[in-house]
Structures are given as structure tokens and as C-alpha cells.
Ligand binder design. Structure first.
Ligand code: ZN
Length: 207
């Protein structure tokens, strides 16, 4: 039997946010308890809140939006790597078996911090040379287990520029605590917000 693992952060008003992100909020505007025929809600959030996909347009002005990211990249075979440290550099990546890997998710100690509403600036990130290595290896999708691909306040955001510039899809905020390293099928479905530079996504792994 298939085992499906949900690696999506739950969206709620007290969740962890990247500094400056518009928070998630949801409110009912119709409710059965107040005499309406149904319950209906509206929500508001930044496009980079919780588990989400960055499109090239996030760092490449005028670049493709999230609605243009090829679904063939977002769904398919994927490998989860387990890293003891939080730095995803070329030196670390060279020590991994990446042969034939087109979708790579990196589980680090940061996964355990995603459920903590307090932002931890010391989070797992891809270095500039790590991003170049991934692009050269032909990786088409990269997932990290905290809220940004680049180190906090990294000058020039080299990992975003390199990967998004190379057309690599980037998922930020995948919850990999307790997920065994190894091969899975990835199912990543960002909302199709026309022209947006990113969108929240529901993401699953299937063994
Ligand atoms: Zn983002």
C-alpha cells in the first residue's frame, strides 16, 4: 500500500513567519451559527508564508510566475537527503549520491524548528557554490526545510539568483522531521496565482 507523507506546514495565525512576511489570517464571513445557510471564510497571507514554491519571477524581474512553472518539474521522482549540518554547500553536496537526481529535498536540523513560532536566523540554507553545483548537476527542483533558500541576510542572495535564474523550482518550508532519507515520489501543488512570484503549496511524498 502506498504511504503518503504530508510535508506541508499547517497554516494558522500563530505560525512561524519569515521576518517581514504578511501573516496568515482566516475569518468567517458567513456562519451557520449566526443564521447563514453555510460557513464561508476568507484568508489573507504573504505568498512566502508556510510551505511554498518560488517562481523565477521572485528574483528575475519580469521572469515567469508561479502559474508558468512546469507541473512536470513539480511531480515525479525525488530523493530526500539527510544532512547533519545546516549548510548546503558544494563540499557537502559532493559527498552525496546525486547521480540521476532531478528533485532533491534536504532534511536538516532546521526541520524541527518549523513548528516553533519563534524565527531562528540560524537556519539551513544553500550557499552560492552549492546552488551552482545543483544547477550544474541538472537538478530541476530543490526543497529546503526552513523558510529561505539563502542564508539569513546573505549579501546578494546568490542561491536564489543562481537557482531561479537557471529555471530550478524552489520549495521552501518542507517539513521533513521524521522523514526517512531515500527515494520517493514528490507531489507538489502550488496555487495557480496568475503572475505571482510565489505561491503556497500542498506537498506530499509517496513512498
Ligand atoms: Zn520564498
Amino acid at each position: 500500500m502506498d504511504t503518503i507523507i504530508d510535508i506541508t506546514m499547517p497554516l494558522h495565525s500563530d505560525m512561524l513567519l519569515y521576518p517581514g512576511s504578511p501573516p496568515f489570517s482566516v475569518e468567517q464571513y458567513r456562519s451557520i451559527s449566526s443564521g447563514d445557510t453555510s460557513n464561508n471564510s476568507r484568508f489573507s497571507m504573504g505568498t512566502h508564508v508556510g510551505t511554498h514554491v518560488d517562481a523565477p519571477g521572485h528574483y528575475v524581474d519580469g521572469g515567469p510566475g508561479i502559474d508558468m512553472v512546469d507541473p512536470a518539474i513539480l511531480i515525479g521522482p525525488c530523493r530526500v537527503f539527510d544532512l547533519a549540518g545546516k549548510q548546503i554547500s558544494a563540499a557537502v553536496l559532493r559527498g552525496l549520491d546525486m547521480a540521476g537526481v532531478t528533485r532533491a529535498l534536504f532534511r536538516t536540523p532546521s526541520s524541527d524548528d518549523l513548528a516553533d513560532p519563534e524565527f531562528n536566523p540560524d537556519f539551513a540554507h544553500v550557499t552560492g557554490d552549492g546552488a551552482e553545483y545543483l544547477a550544474e548537476m541538472g537538478v530541476k527542483l530543490v526543497g529546503v526545510d526552513y523558510l529561505s533558500l539563502d542564508r539569513y541576510k546573505a549579501p546578494g542572495h546568490p542561491a536564489h539568483h543562481t537557482l531561479l535564474g537557471a529555471g530550478v523550482a524552489v520549495i521552501e518550508g518542507v517539513v521533513l522531521s521524521g522523514v526517512e532519507p531515500g527515494d520517493y515520489e514528490l507531489i507538489c501543488c502550488p496555487l495557480k496565482i496568475a503572475g505571482a512570484e510565489a505561491a503556497p503549496a500542498r506537498v506530499f511524498l509517496r513512498r
